[in-house]
Design a protein around this ligand. Structure first.
Ligand code: VAH
Length: 315
């Protein structure tokens, strides 16, 4: 049986849906610290606070869990505000799952890393897979630590843990919470609701991003790849779409001609400035045949189409 933590979050909610489609909802257990409004997916749900080590062990043992997609986390902007809580949440829970796998109580783990592992000294463009990781955000430090745990537990104990350095993820089904890249989600909502958006990330700030459908597919493809094909045991670089706020605004203007963007960079600008512009994902292409399907044009068409019906707006 598959456990999904953070299953009501931006990635978790879509990953849980996909896993239920593939494996059957009776073989998936979704958990989150929040209760679902209405469990429209009819996938079995249990409340789980991943800060509670014993609760993690109990839920794995009591439900005969064999695989975990551990998405519960605190994202970069929030973790910058609450660094100790962010460190504890983003690292201790991963260690608990790795220990369970080491003790053969779990057979496979997915854990999300982030392009946030890159910072000082990293190439800004086409950042290589093995580039130095000197993160300048507390969130990035936790992700670097997590990647180290994954590599060591794989190396020393044969744990089958797999990870992806997600770029900023753009989706319409579930709002993201506390990410620096969330401006690129907010902008679509505001474009439809107000025809204007004040961006907390400044003009000219290029960041690696990806449409959620590509990120979910990448996750499933990585988890279904033959173990012997995988050469990276920290986390795979993944490149989707690189754009600046003005570029995504220009793409939106093609659909909403009177849309206006303005800029008011805040504390999240420093986090974004420490991250790469684009990522070299050659190793993911080689090891498990990764290739993105969405670009800025097709992502914008999808986002506006789905948000119009979600928000009941017809502009
Ligand atoms: C964040 N969306 O902004 C996440 C992600 C690369 C960004 O890690 O914190």
């Amino acid at each position: 049986k598959i456990l999904v933590t953070g299953a009501l979050g931006q990635i978790g909610s879509e990953l849980a849906e996909k896993l239920a489609q593939i494996y059957g909802s009776e073989n998936v257990l979704i958990t989150d610290i929040r209760e679902p409004e209405q469990n429209h997916l009819d996938i079995p749900y249990q409340k789980l606070d991943v800060n509670d080590e014993q609760a993690i062990k109990d839920i794995v043992i009591n439900n005969q869990i064999t695989e975990v997609y551990h998405l519960a986390a605190m994202l970069s902007a929030t973790a910058e505000k609450y660094p100790i809580q962010g460190w504890n949440l983003n690292t201790n829970s991963l260690l608990t799952f790795l220990e369970l796998a080491k003790d053969k109580k779990l057979s496979k783990i997915f854990w999300p890393s982030s392009i946030a592992v890159f910072g000082r000294g990293a190439a800004a463009d086409m950042t290589p897979q093995e580039e130095v990781t000197n993160p300048l955000s507390m969130y990035g430090v936790a992700k670097v630590a997590g990647e180290g745990f994954c590599e060591i537990y794989h190396q020393k104990y044969g744990v089958d843990v797999r990870s992806i350095r997600y770029p900023g993820l753009i989706s319409w089904k579930t709002l993201p919470g506390g990410g620096t890249t969330d401006y690129a989600v907010d902008i679509y909502y505001k474009a439809l609701e107000d025809k204007k958006y004040e961006s907390f990330i400044g003009e000219g700030t290029a960041l690696p991003m990806m449409y959620m459908d590509d990120a979910i597919r990448a996750t499933i493809e990585l988890m279904q790849a033959p173990k012997e094909d995988l050469t990276i045991h920290t986390a795979y670089n993944l490149q989707g779409i690189t754009f600046t706020p003005e570029e995504i605004a220009a793409e939106i203007k093609k659909h909403i001609s009177d849309f206006e963007i303005s800029y008011a960079p805040d504390y999240r600008q420093a986090i974004a400035d420490s991250w790469p512009n684009s990522i070299d994902d050659t190793q993911a292409q080689k090891d498990w045949n990764w290739k993105p399907e969405f670009d800025l044009d097709s992502m914008t068409v999808e986002m506006l189409k789905h948000l119009k019906s979600k928000l009941q707006i017809n502009v």
